[in-house]
Design a protein around this ligand. Sequence first.
Ligand SMILES: C[S@@+](CC[C@H](N)C(=O)[O-])C[C@H]1O[C@@H](n2cnc3c(N)ncnc32)[C@H](O)[C@@H]1O
Length: 281
Amino acid sequence: MQSDSVSITRDSYRVFVDFLKIKLGHELGEGKEYLLENRLNPLCETLNFANINLLANEIKSNPYSPIGNMIVEQMTIQETSFFRAPRVFDNLRKNIIPRLIRENVYSHTIKIWSACCSTGQEPYSIVMMLLEDFPELEHWNISFLATDVSENALAKAKSGMYSRFETIRGLPTPLKEKYFSETADGQYQVDSRLRAKVNFQQVNLLDGFYSLGGPFDIILIRNALIYFAPEVVTGIFQKLRGVIKENGCLILGESESILGKTTMFNLPVGGTDYFSPAPLP
Ligand SMILES: C[S@@+](CC[C@H](N)C(=O)[O-])C[C@H]1O[C@@H](n2cnc3c(N)ncnc32)[C@H](O)[C@@H]1O
């Protein structure tokens, strides 16, 4: 059914704002009618709702229906790329991993969590970097958890299948040639050796973190917290503090900080780009 070009009402707007807050912890703020309409009108057509206000009525009376999950898929922004923000990878290569190798020499273990990993480019970039630059880790126990709330993003991440365009964005040609193979339909698939190294799981950051197998040496949560309500972000930092090692590193997006949001982590010092856990009281 072609959905009507009916504008979203004030009441429907509130329904979606409340839904996104409860379901994802996101804060939509004011004046984002265009965003809801752009992203949800196609869903109305697919589901045969005549307009977005009828979709709002449905979700209000039945927030935990499968339609709720479809709205989550439409409203999460999955923008990512291989080796996004190369400075982060330089910092991992030059500072963080060498330090962890020194400090974890007896356990021979490094645990990494890429939270909000989207379609998997971030964890695969790190795995490629470890294989390329740290052959001495071959016999270490490296556990790599990568999570996201989006089932669609995780399905793609697990498949390790990327378009030519996605592989052009940030992936150096020698790594593409070494770790990817071209499929019959012109896509590129990450080598099964790499895929086997990452454990992809669906995790909503509103959930508890204790069942995730920490404590972690490195937690990356980049370019995701900007969408969350401030009090939710503070709660997430508190939960992260409970699952990071005392010498661990929390890596946020380039424009993101803990400032004014938590005292559970320290600001980066001495040119490092990561946040370290503050001592517990
Ligand atoms: C913009 S992408 C960032 C991907 C990657 N970290 C990067 O920096 O390239 C944001 C990701 O956060 C995920 N996300 C949003 N809300 C979430 C939540 N409540 N719990 C877990 N993941 C969430 C989205 O599904 C999306 O894949």
